[in-house]
Design a protein around this ligand. Structure first.
Ligand SMILES: CC(C)(COP(=O)(O)OP(=O)(O)OC[C@H]1O[C@@H](n2cnc3c(N)ncnc32)[C@H](O)[C@@H]1OP(=O)(O)O)[C@@H](O)C(=O)NCCC(=O)NCCS
Length: 279
């Protein structure tokens, strides 16, 4: 039985002032470095990670550190690792080269002792997102363990919230309208495979229009448009477009209701296109 509470606004949960000052200075350093075109991003991201994981080896040559540490130290450097999207044939190598160090920094920050710290992590990811995404609006808020494919095919509006463990496969592009919310463990895909030959891959941009909510563990397949103010229920799989203001649940996801806040034209047989721009 659910306990119903009318409205639960978020509390401010600020850390201790001294810690907060340290966090601010660290974030400022990262922001300045990323805005400086002369900074070597690969080197910079490696140094940030080395300082998180192995600060005692700063400034030491590889052959001076204990043998057991050499491999993990090497692997913190984005130049020494490969990530799955690098194997995709359609990758734009130049664009990916610019964002790869930041994607690696993002992932390894999340897995580190700093990664579960909401106060620090949300602001850290917001800085990185602005340098990774094709477009990133204001107040991007992302919790830990979100994952991207290329990152550079993400187009993100204002006031977006991405919760824990969300997969944003932007291979074919993902567009998120203002105020979209994606709940824990949801998956948004933009590529698919032929049922005959799995090497035959098709990319299709997936669009979540403004005020859409994708709830826990739901999946949205490649090329689907979830219309404005629509909702995809927990664990649903959206295989087709979701009409604006509709609540779709199940596998495959079907409309079970229209939100009471919907304009009159949102019910029944209305198409996504005709509602997309109605007020
Ligand atoms: C989609 C959802 C919001 C629907 O809530 P609702 O409008 O109150 O709908 P109801 O609970 O009245 O359900 C309507 C019907 O759909 C079914 N249904 C609801 N959610 C379902 C789901 N996720 N999967 C399958 N069926 C579902 C109900 O069993 C009910 O079927 P019935 O009429 O045969 O009994 C809700 O079920 C859900 O998935 N919530 C996820 C939690 C959430 O809000 N997350 C947001 C985090 S940011």
């Amino acid at each position: 039985m659910l306990l119903h509470v009318d409205f639960l606004p978020l509390r401010d949960a600020e850390p201790d002032a001294a810690a907060s000052a340290e966090y601010d200075a660290w974030l400022q350093r990262i922001e300045s470095a990323l805005e400086d075109p002369d900074v070597d991003r690969e080197r910079f991201c490696f140094e940030i990670l080395r300082d998180i994981y192995f600060p005692q080896y700063a400034g030491q040559a590889l052959d001076e550190v204990p043998a057991a540490v050499r491999l993990p130290l090497l692997a913190l450097d984005p130049r020494n690792i490969t990530l799955e999207p690098e194997q995709y044939a359609e990758i734009d190598v130049e664009k990916y080269g610019r964002v790869k160090p930041l994607l690696w920094l993002w992932q390894m920050f999340d897995k580190s002792i700093l990664g579960q710290n909401v106060h620090l992590g949300v602001r850290f990811r917001r800085i990185l997102a602005r340098h990774i995404f094709k477009r990133c609006g204001k107040n991007f808020k992302c919790f830990h363990f979100a994952e991207f494919s290329f990152g550079y095919n993400m187009e993100v509006g204002d006031d977006i919230v991405v919760h824990r463990h969300v997969l944003l496969d932007d291979r074919g592009g993902i567009e998120l309208g203002d105020r979209v919310s994606i709940a824990d463990y949801a998956n948004i895909y933009s590529h698919t495979h032929s049922i005959v030959d799995q090497r035959d891959v098709s990319n299709a941009k997936t669009v979540l229009e403004e005020d859409v909510r994708i709830t826990y563990h739901a999946t949205v397949l490649a090329g689907v448009c979830v219309g404005r103010n629509a909702m995809v229920g927990a664990a649903a799989v959206a295989t087709r477009d979701v009409r604006p203001f509709h609540v779709n649940v199940g596998v495959p996801a079907k409309s079970v209701r229209v939100k009471p806040s919907a304009p009159p034209e949102a019910s029944g047989t209305t198409t996504v296109d005709s509602l997309r721009h109605s007020s």
